[in-house]
Design a protein around this ligand. Structure first.
Ligand SMILES: [Ca+2]
Ligand SMILES: [Ca+2]
Length: 146
């Protein structure tokens, strides 16, 4: 278990199968190892991941999440979040707030938008992606970068 303090922190992890918990402050959290569960907690956090089989939770606050790993679960949590995804087979779930997802990679992603919780935007939607419950969705069907 790796935990941040209430001040601005930078956490870099290269250990597999660990849990990383940010605290109430604004953190920069970088993960380079597989099997990691990462929760940024409250605050406006910057999260990046480059490994597979990882869970990324933004928590409260306006978070910026960059994912380059495959088979990853991203849950933005509350508030207005930004996700940049280059991974494949990624499960992207947006919470309350107006979220923006910019996605590339070759696809196979699942976008989950709980209804009535804000106005979300996808950029880079791919033909092999799936969208669930897109009631508030404004999707621009621009081709994803390969
Ligand atoms: Ca935090
Ligand atoms: Ca959030």
């Amino acid at each position: 278990m790796i935990s941040g303090s209430r001040l601005l922190d930078t956490i870099s992890n290269s250990g597999s199968n660990v849990t990383i918990n940010g605290d109430a402050g604004n953190e920069y959290i970088h993960n380079y190892a597989p099997g990691v569960s990462l929760n940024a907690g409250d605050g406006n956090d910057h999260v990046s991941n480059s490994s597979s089989s990882v869970t990324l939770l933004g928590g409260n606050g306006s978070d910026s999440i960059s994912n380059y790993g495959d088979t990853v679960l991203v849950d933005t949590g509350a508030d207005n979040d930004y996700v940049y995804n280059q991974g494949d087979a990624v499960n992207l779930k947006t919470g309350a707030g107006n979220d923006t997802i910019k996605s590339g990679g070759s696809g196979g992603n699942l976008y989950q938008y709980p209804a009535d919780d804000g106005h979300d935007t996808i950029i880079g939607y791919s033909e092999s992606d799936t969208i669930n419950r897109c009631r508030q969705l404004s999707a621009r069907y621009a081709p994803g970068q390969q």
